[in-house]
Structures are given as structure tokens and as C-alpha cells.
Design a protein around this ligand. Structure first.
Ligand SMILES: Nc1nc2c(c(=O)[nH]1)N[C@H]1C(S)=C(S)[C@@H](COP(=O)(O)OP(=O)(O)OC[C@H]3O[C@@H](n4cnc5c(=O)[nH]c(N)nc54)[C@H](O)[C@@H]3O)O[C@H]1N2
Ligand SMILES: Nc1nc2c(c(=O)[nH]1)N[C@H]1C(S)=C(S)[C@@H](COP(=O)(O)OP(=O)(O)OC[C@H]3O[C@@H](n4cnc5c(=O)[nH]c(N)nc54)[C@H](O)[C@@H]3O)O[C@H]1N2
Ligand code: SF4
Ligand SMILES: [Mo]
Length: 770
């Protein structure tokens, strides 16, 4: 049994009732408190006042869209955006002496929170074979090491290049260009673990992997579903958009196994009525669904809509839309009627009346939007679930028109842009052909490795080189112990990062830390001051310009790091002007404009206020599927199978973390303070399991490979979670997620669908060290 790791908890756990509203004045206070702990009032002002403004810094938080230029508030950010930006703008620094005091083996025992709190990385460091300490290395020597490892590989496919969604379009484009010129499509990214299931389902049915709605559509919808997402913590300004939609008469239906604060009521801190009033009710209807029950919910709704059409032919379905734009309706309509109510009610844990009431709301609404996030994508049957949502939208023509459509709410601020730039192990031939034409080399055509398959290949000794552009792969990936062992088997691991994280402590034989400028910082190159571009969840591409002095004179920009590495390694493959790219990012955008459809004249158009909205084919009535139409699909009923005495565990974010990086051990909206090692369980489940509130338990995951995966010593919190459904924080629980437990087709880890049993903790380990 492994020792309980230090999780950074400082206080005993205290629990208060979950909050019934999100934001308001406390949100502003918490943001300021965290910001001032990290940095000075002056720097806080400099970052926050330009955040999300035209010509300012794009928030490095989530991918929610900004209002159009004339409609931005002076403080166009949320509590969490302020925390994210000041976490980067911190005045704390890690210097070379730090690593003398903290060898790698000691850092590996530290919590994710502690590692992040040490501040910004300031110079390149190397851990050499056999050593336990990072030591300084010049950039020149670091590139030498990287390129000699790369050129000594037996095949380019022994290298893996991971990207996290913080990376700018320019850095992402340069990375994929380098990887492909080097000869591999091994370009896994955080999207493999995030919205991959959405991409697969939407591609298959609509011929595009992206959402179809913009902010204006949200404002003018009649009915908005929020399914499997927690906007109060993870997309806080979505609440402002919902508030506006509600003022225009919209109704909101939230579907979630947890009654999240942000789904219930919002007190807008930017408005007087949000500061002193009761705020706006968000969800008019809350469906307390069983985890993994969403496929059955939409199957039930679709069946009810078809039956409503039988009762009133010509009044329910949008026959025009179905006839003109879709394929497969007859098969779907036959199949949908075979899904039985017993199955639907078992999977959802809802009553038939609840689902019928939703049908009535749908029938009253002209314009319907479905928003979703990780609560849908991280299940085994995620792809069929999202396909069923597309069926649901198409039945009443809720696609391709104002105020209606599909809204997968993206996570990282530029995760969507990175894909547009070619960060995908399976880019289509059209993109690769365009690269060939532009740069005169033949990109590899065989699909590369995604995140899960990259770990498997490492485990089998097929990968020798791992480079990561931002992110924290070791903590983001499933099956922590397996992933760590896989990474350690590499000859070289290297991370282009701003802050210290656990991935730096899980080293290949040689390990490199390559510290980069962050988005908040000024970026001067030979061609003058640079800006970068990003794409939000609504396909808007715009600029981001840093304002702060760099954390250290030794930092390089992500683009500079990648261009210098490419120049050292490639020996002239392709006609690629790496020097010119580094000197002036406009040169990169020029090339992008000839490769990515919709980004023509990129340099000129992107600097206009509001930037460029990429065209969405669906909204133009064009469906790029093999049949040239949107496709209805027949999806078999499915739900997670949970044996007696077990619970379905979802692993999720607290209010106070950025993905793998917890900021504090509190989760204000859920009333949890002082510890992240908690598991939220319905009180009736606890009684049935013979457990009591605040008992200490180990979480043990049950998987077909017979291996026992255990996360030790969690405290039980009785919580209004759906019966049978537990929740605990990521990344502490990633150790429980089997590498083979993935969504069908998309290969996305099933972080929200893990079968566990709770075992009383036998022996409480000594308190964690700080
Ligand atoms: N502050 C902050 N903001 C963030 C992030 C962060 O870590 N911190 N991360 C960013 C990233 S990369 C992403 S992808 C997004 C993630 O945004 P979310 O998807 O909101 O993130 P999660 O915390 O994973 O929450 C999932 C939600 O789905 C619900 N859920 C779980 N299982 C099911 C289910 O089976 N059905 C239904 N209907 N609901 C379910 C959970 O109860 C929870 O409310 O947030 C982005 N924004
Ligand atoms: N159990 C479980 N696991 C999950 C999830 C879940 O819901 N449950 N969610 C999944 C999802 S949706 C995602 S997106 C992934 C997230 O996975 P990642 O994107 O890999 O992880 P992050 O925590 O966002 O990465 C944080 C690190 O990025 C670096 N960084 C931050 N800003 C910059 C920058 O500007 N430049 C550079 N070069 N580096 C920077 C810092 O060093 C920081 O430590 O995790 C996935 N894993
Ligand atoms: S909603 Fe997202 S993008 Fe907007 S300020 Fe908050 S964290 Fe940043
Ligand atoms: Mo994500």
C-alpha cells in the first residue's frame, strides 16, 4: 500500500451547508485576497484592468467567450479568472538554489498545491542521468540535449509531443509543424481527456467538431439546458450570459447529480442588484439525475417528442429541416420507440413526470440550446450520449438558426484553437496536404498517439522522448501510478512550463525544465513586441497581449523555444523559416492564413476589435459528413453498471483549483473547508453502507483487470448527491481511473464513471508534512 501523499491540507476538515447561490461580493473578495497573496496591488491592477479587453490579455482561465467589443464591462472577468491570472503574475520566484535544497525525490513528495505555490520558474534546468537534482543549463545546451536525443531515435514515432490548451495558436502551430516535419503525428493533447467525445459525436453527426452557438444565441434562446457542467466554478461568466438570457425570457433546465450553487442562483458582482439583491435564479428546473443517465434522458425526451408528433401530426417536429438537412430519420424514429420506460427511469433515477414536464417546456420553446461539459464527455457511453443530444436538437430544427444549437463548453482558454492549428494526432488529409503545399515536405499520414495510447506505448517501451508544451500530463492523465511509471521509462522528458508541477518530478533518464513567458508578460523578439492569438469556445479568434515585465530575463517565449529546437533538430527539412517565425509571429500567422480555412488575411483581420469569428458550416446549412447531410443516429440504451455495495464515483474540480493545480483546500460553494481528501456521498447511501458522516475511508476502484486501485484516507461528507453517485476531487483520485477505462470511439478516460467501494481506513497515517 502506498503512503498517503501530502495533499497540501493545512486545517482539519470543516463542512458547512452547500451554497445556494454563486458569485456576489464574496467572489470579489476571494479573488482579491488570492491575488494580493500572490502579487502586488499594482500588478493586480495591471493584469485585471486589461483582462478580456480589446487589445488586452485574454483570460488564461476557461474558454468562455467575451461580449462583443461595445458591450464589455470595465471589469470583464470573474473571481476565478482573477485567481488564474494572478497565479501566473505572482511575484514569487524559483531560483537555482531552490533545487539544491529540494532534490527531485523530495519534490515528488510535495503536494500539487505546494509545488504551484513556489512561484514562477526562472531559468532552464536539467536533471542528468543518475542525478536526483535539477541543475542549471544554458538554453544552447538544453536545445543541444533535446535535438541529440531526437536525432538518435530509431524512428520519429518514438517521440511524443503533448500540448495543453493554454498554448497560443502561434505556439501550437509551430509545435505541430515541427513534429510533422520531424516525421510524427504523435500529438496528444489535453483535449483527448476533455472534449474528445464531443468532437467525435459532432463530427460524425454534423461534420464539424465545434459547437454551433455564439454568445448572442445564448442571449436569445427560449430554453437552455445545462447538462453535466458546473458553470459557477468553471465558466463563471456563463452565468452573466444566462442572466441576460433569462432577462430576455429564457428558461433554464439544469441536469446534474449535484445541486451545484451556480446552477441555482447567481448574484452578479458587476451589477448593483447582484451586490445587494437576491440575484437571479438560474435553473427553473433541476433534474437530479443519476451519473451516466443522460443518454437515457435524451432518449426518453426524443421518444416523447416522436409520440407528441403522432398525436398532433405536423405540429411537433420540424419536417422541413429533417427533410432538407438530415439523413437517417426513419431508422432513428423506429429505434427511438423501442427504448423502454423502465430502462429510462432506471438509468436516470428521474420520474416519468419529470421528463414529461421537460418535454412540455421543449414544446413551448422555439429556440433550444444544449450546453454540456465534462459530466457528459467523461463516461464510457459519452459519444452516443452526445449523438442523442444532436438527435434531440434536430427533431425540432434547433440547429443552424439563431438562438438554438449545440454548445460544448470548452475548458482551457485556447484548447479549441490548438486543434484548429493542427494539434491532433488524427488531422485530416486536407490539412496535411495544405502543409505539404506550403512548406514542401510530406507530413506523415499514419495517425499518431492520443494521450491514453501514448501512455500505453511508453509502458511498452516504444516511446523514448516526451516533450510537453504547457500542462501537467502526469496529473491530468488517468491511472497515476501507471502513468508515472510510463513517463519514467522515457530516455528524456521535457516540459515547457511557467510553474512547477508534479510532471517535473516524474523524470525520464534525463529531464529538462524549459521555462516560458506566460500570457501576462511582454514578449519582445527581433521583429519587435509580439502578441499571440487564441480561439474561444464560440470560435472567435482574437489577440492577447501581455503587459507585465517577464518573471526573469532568462525566459523564452513558447514560440522561441520551439523554433530554436526545430532549427537545431531538423537540418533543413521542409522550407520552413524558423528564424523569421521567431522574430515576428505575423510570419507564422501569414502561413496559418493559407492553411486554415476561415483564417485568410489573418494578420489584418485579427487585430480588429472582437477579432475573427470562424465560420461554422452548420450555420450555413452545410454538413460535411460523407452523405452531405446531418445524421440521425440509433444509439443503444446504456448506463453505468454498479454492483451492490458500490458507488459510481465522479472526479471533479473544486471551486478553488485550476485543473491539476489546487489553489487552496477549500471548496466554498460546496461548503468544504480545509481538506481536499473528501468524498461526497448521499446520506442514505452512507447509512446503507454502514458509514457515518466524517468517517475515514479508502476509495477502492473495481475494474475488470483485477488490479486494485486505492486512494487512501478520504473523509466522508454527507452531501445532497444523487443516490448511488459519489464525488471526489481530481487529481487526487486519478490513481483510481484505469488506463483502459475509456469512452467508446473517442478513447477519452472515464473520469466521471468509476465504480468504487468505500473501505474504512484501517490505519491513519501520520499527518502530512508541509
Ligand atoms: N476554476 C476553474 N475553471 C475551469 C477549470 C478549473 O479547473 N477550474 N477547468 C477548465 C477545464 S479544462 C474544463 S474541461 C472545464 C470543466 O468544466 P466542468 O465540466 O463544469 O467541470 P467538472 O468539475 O469536471 O464538473 C463536471 C460537472 O458535471 C457534473 N456531472 C458529473 N457526472 C455527471 C453525469 O453523469 N451527468 C450529468 N448531467 N452531470 C454530471 C458534476 O456534478 C459537475 O457539476 O472547466 C474549465 N474551467
Ligand atoms: N480525474 C480527472 N482527470 C482529469 C479531468 C477530470 O475531470 N477528472 N479533466 C481532464 C481535463 S478536462 C483536462 S483539460 C486535463 C488538463 O490537463 P493539463 O492541461 O495538462 O493540466 P493543467 O493543470 O491545466 O496544467 C497546468 C500547468 O500548465 C503550465 N502552464 C500554465 N500556463 C502556462 C503557459 O502559459 N505556458 C506554459 N508553457 N505552461 C503553462 C503550468 O506549469 C501548470 O503547472 O486534465 C484532465 N484530467
Ligand atoms: S469566465 Fe472563464 S474566461 Fe471569463 S474571466 Fe472567468 S475564467 Fe476567465
Ligand atoms: Mo478540459
Amino acid at each position: 500500500m502506498s503512503k498517503r501523499p501530502d495533499d497540501g491540507s493545512r486545517e482539519p476538515l470543516t463542512v458547512s451547508p452547500p451554497k445556494k447561490w454563486a458569485a456576489g461580493v464574496p467572489a470579489v473578495m476571494h479573488a482579491l485576497e488570492y491575488s494580493l497573496e500572490q502579487t502586488s496591488p499594482l500588478r493586480t491592477g495591471e493584469t485585471l484592468l486589461t483582462m478580456n479587453q480589446v487589445d488586452g490579455i485574454d483570460c488564461p482561465g476557461c474558454a468562455w467567450a467575451d461580449p462583443s467589443p461595445g458591450h464589455r464591462h470595465r471589469n470583464e472577468y470573474c473571481e476565478n479568472g482573477a485567481k488564474h491570472i494572478n497565479d501566473e503574475a505572482t511575484t514569487r520566484r524559483i531560483t537555482r538554489d531552490f533545487f539544491l535544497e529540494h532534490p527531485v525525490s523530495a519534490l515528488a513528495q510535495r503536494s500539487d498545491m505546494w509545488l504551484n505555490q513556489q512561484g514562477r520558474l526562472t531559468e532552464p534546468m536539467v536533471k542528468r542521468p543518475g542525478s536526483d537534482t535539477y541543475e542549471p543549463i544554458s538554453w544552447h545546451d538544453a536545445f543541444g540535449l533535446l535535438s541529440s536525443e531526437l536525432t538518435s531515435l530509431d524512428s520519429p514515432d518514438e517521440a511524443v509531443f503533448y500540448t495543453s490548451g493554454r498554448a497560443s495558436n502561434e505556439a501550437a502551430f509551430v509545435l505541430q509543424l515541427f513534429a510533422r516535419a520531424f516525421g510524427t503525428n504523435n500529438l496528444p493533447d489535453c483535449s483527448n481527456m476533455c472534449h474528445e467525445s464531443s468532437g467525435f459525436a459532432l463530427h460524425e453527426t454534423l461534420g464539424t467538431g465545434k459547437g454551433t452557438v455564439g454568445l448572442e444565441d445564448i442571449h436569445h434562446a427560449d430554453l437552455i439546458f445545462l447538462v453535466g457542467q458546473n458553470p459557477g466554478s468553471n465558466h463563471p461568466r456563463q452565468l452573466s450570459a444566462l442572466e441576460q438570457a433569462k432577462r430576455n425570457g429564457a428558461r433554464v433546465i439544469a441536469v446534474n447529480p449535484l445541486p451545484e450553487a451556480g446552477l441555482l442562483r447567481f448574484r452578479n458582482p458587476q451589477k448593483a442588484h447582484g451586490v445587494i439583491g437576491n440575484g437571479t435564479r438560474i435553473a427553473d428546473r433541476f433534474l437530479h439525475i443519476r451519473g451516466g443517465g443522460d443518454l437515457a434522458l435524451f432518449q426518453g425526451l426524443n421518444r416523447l417528442l416522436l409520440e407528441a408528433e403522432d398525436a398532433r401530426p405536423g405540429h411537433v417536429l420540424d419536417h422541413d429541416f429533417i427533410r432538407t438537412h438530415t439523413d437517417g430519420f426513419e431508422d432513428f424514429s423506429r429505434h427511438a420507440r423501442t427504448i423502454g420506460w423502465d430502462d429510462i427511469l432506471t438509468a436516470t433515477g428521474l420520474t416519468r413526470e419529470e421528463i414529461e414536464q421537460v418535454r412540455d417546456e421543449v414544446l413551448r420553446s422555439e429556440r433550444v440550446i444544449v450546453c454540456w461539459a465534462m459530466g457528459l464527455t467523461q463516461h464510457r457511453h459519452a459519444v452516443p450520449t452526445i449523438r442523442e443530444i444532436v438527435n434531440f436538437l434536430m427533431l425540432r430544427g434547433n440547429l443552424g438558426r439563431a438562438g438554438a444549437g449545440a454548445c460544448p463548453v470548452r475548458g482551457h482558454s485556447n484548447v479549441q484553437g490548438d486543434r484548429t492549428m493542427g494539434i491532433w494526432e488524427q488531422m485530416p488529409d486536407s490539412f496535411l496536404d495544405a502543409l505539404k503545399q506550403e512548406f514542401g515536405f510530406d507530413p506523415p499520414r499514419a495517425h499518431g498517439l492520443d494521450s491514453v495510447n501514448a501512455i500505453k506505448a511508453m509502458r511498452e517501451g516504444r516511446i523514448k522522448f516526451f516533450l510537453s508544451l504547457a500542462g501537467n500530463f502526469v496529473r491530468a492523465a488517468p491511472d497515476s501510478a501507471v502513468t508515472e511509471e510510463a513517463l519514467r521509462s522515457c530516455r528524456l522528458t521535457a516540459h515547457i512550463s511557467t510553474k512547477l508541477n508534479r510532471s517535473h518530478t516524474v523524470c525520464g533518464r534525463t529531464a529538462l525544465m524549459l521555462p516560458a513567458l506566460g500570457r501576462t508578460e511582454r514578449d519582445f523578439q527581433a521583429g519587435g513586441e509580439q502578441f499571440v492569438t487564441v480561439e474561444n469556445s464560440m470560435s472567435e479568434v482574437h489577440t492577447s497581449r501581455g503587459r507585465l515585465k517577464p518573471a526573469s530575463p532568462l525566459l523564452l517565449s513558447e514560440v522561441a523555444i520551439l523554433c530554436r529546437l526545430a532549427r537545431r533538430t531538423l537540418d533543413g527539412t521542409g522550407n520552413i523559416p524558423w528564424d523569421a517565425f521567431e522574430a515576428d509571429y505575423g510570419e507564422i500567422r501569414d502561413r496559418i492564413s493559407r492553411i486554415v480555412p476561415g483564417l485568410h488575411d489573418f494578420n489584418r483581420r485579427v487585430v480588429r476589435p472582437g477579432g475573427i469569428r470562424l465560420p461554422n458550416t452548420v450555420n450555413e446549412g452545410v454538413f460535411q459528413t460523407p452523405v452531405g447531410k446531418a445524421r440521425f443516429t440509433c444509439n443503444a440504451w446504456d448506463m453505468p453498471r454498479v454492483p451492490e455495495g458500490h458507488l459510481l464515483l465522479q472526479t471533479l474540480r473544486s471551486h478553488d483549483q485550476w485543473n491539476t493545480v489546487p489553489y487552496t483546500s477549500d471548496d466554498r460553494y460546496r461548503g468544504i473547508h480545509g481538506s481536499r481528501r473528501v468524498v461526497l456521498v448521499n446520506r442514505a447511501d452512507l447509512t446503507e453502507l454502514g458509514l457515518a458522516d466524517s468517517d475515514h475511508v479508502d476509495l477502492v476502484s473495481v475494474w475488470t483487470d483485477g488490479t486494485e486501485r486505492r486512494a487512501e484516507d478520504f473523509q466522508v461528507v454527507a452531501y445532497p448527491a444523487k443516490r448511488g453517485c459519489a464525488a471526489a476531487y481530481y487529481p487526487e483520485t486519478n490513481v483510481l481511473v484505469p488506463l483502459d477505462s475509456v469512452a467508446e470511439s473517442s478513447n477519452q478516460p472515464t473520469y466521471k464513471g468509476i465504480v468504487v467501494r468505500l473501505e474504512p481506513t484501517r490505519r491513519r497515517p501520520a499527518p502530512a508534512s508541509q
